[in-house]
Design a protein around this ligand. Structure first.
Ligand code: SF4
Length: 331
């Protein structure tokens, strides 16, 4: 294995891997998938825990230090905490985190933390029961909030972020309730702009409520001041001027952050995606199952990463969404 760090043709070092462990989900969020769900992958097509571990070990040897586990909804994968434990033992990893809709967090929080999860993002789009139901098509807000509380009992998990997708005509009313939530709890709230990754292909640029619009709604009630941006950060983070916490805005559409992107993704069936909006994927599962050595897999990975897209083209004429929707990519 070469010791050269993983780099793309634009000079960006790749150190962050998002691993989708399943395409299945127990929610039906409007901005992600249809009410009837999606045609799920056959279980045989999905990477086993051992295959995921082998690939994560390979990426770690190539300089990846941060691994985020996503889905679909990762907690619906049977025995998921065992996978967390396997990955926590991988040499070279500095950060193992999770993105979840929180529905199974009350059940799994203790086991996940014991297995090695250090940071968690929980997706909650409204703090009001009926509006939560409207978006997710699940009457589960109370259950998710109990999961958040279960997680908060573990001070070693930090930060715990609450991510809300921002949609015009819906999230304007969520801005202040979430700001108050950020001010009265230890959870870090992030609004994420609606992206053209929905399975229904109903995304339109006028459906995007920009981070700047949300920021000004919050600022009018709770004055904000911007914090310096961290390298590779996706969010613009603001602290409340009166010192009561902070709130962030992830603006991939109105204020892209591709310039220092250090992220790549592995789908549940073992395909390497070099950008969220990529139209190209590189299969790692079949060569792995065909007996490829680490050296051979490394070559495949390096070639794919070298071709990583400079940026997304969402705001450009002729933009077409990737053939794969968010639930089959993972956050
Ligand atoms: S759109 Fe692609 S290049 Fe831009 S930040 Fe996201 S993954 Fe990176």
């Amino acid at each position: 294995m070469s010791q050269d760090p993983l780099r793309d043709a634009h000079g960006r070092l790749i150190s962050d891997l998002r691993v989708s462990v399943t395409d299945r989900c127990n929610f039906r969020c409007q901005y992600c998938m249809p009410a009837e769900g999606m045609p799920w992958l056959d279980r045989a097509d999905v990477l086993s825990f051992e295959e995921i571990k082998r690939l994560v070990r390979l990426f770690a040897a190539l300089g990846v230090t941060d691994v985020r586990l996503t889905g679909g909804e990762p907690l619906v994968r049977r025995d998921f905490p065992r996978l967390v434990g396997m990955l926590a033992a991988v040499e070279g990893l500095e950060d193992l985190s999770l993105t979840t809709n929180g529905y199974l967090l009350e059940r799994d929080a203790d086991e996940l933390v014991a297995a090695g999860i250090g940071r968690v993002n929980v997706s909650i789009d409204s703090l009001q029961r009926d509006r939560f139901f409207q978006i997710t098509r699940r009457d589960s807000l109370a259950q998710v909030l109990r999961g958040l509380e279960a997680l908060a009992r573990h001070p070693e998990v930090h930060p715990i972020k609450v991510n809300a997708v921002a949609m015009r005509g819906f999230s304007e009313e969520e801005a202040i309730p979430f700001a108050d939530f950020a001010r009265s709890t230890a959870f870090q709230v992030r609004f994420i702009e609606f992206m053209p990754l929905d399975a229904d292909r109903e995304w339109a640029s006028d459906a995007v409520l920009s981070g700047e619009e949300l920021r000004s709604i919050v600022d009018a009630v709770h004055p904000l001041e911007e914090r310096p941006r961290e390298p590779h950060a996706t969010a613009r983070v603001y602290r409340f001027r009166d010192g009561r916490g902070e709130i962030g805005f992830v603006n991939p559409v109105s204020d892209p952050f591709c310039g220092d992107c250090n992220r790549i993704r592995l789908t549940a069936e073992g395909r390497l995606r070099t950008c969220l909006f990529s139209h190209h994927e590189t299969d790692l599962r079949d060569p792995l199952r065909a007996g490829a050595s680490d050296g051979e897999l490394e070559l495949v990975v390096r070639e794919a990463v070298w071709r990583k897209e400079l940026k997304h083209r969402v705001n450009e004429p002729g933009f077409t969404p990737p053939p794969r929707s968010m639930s089959a990519i993972g956050g």
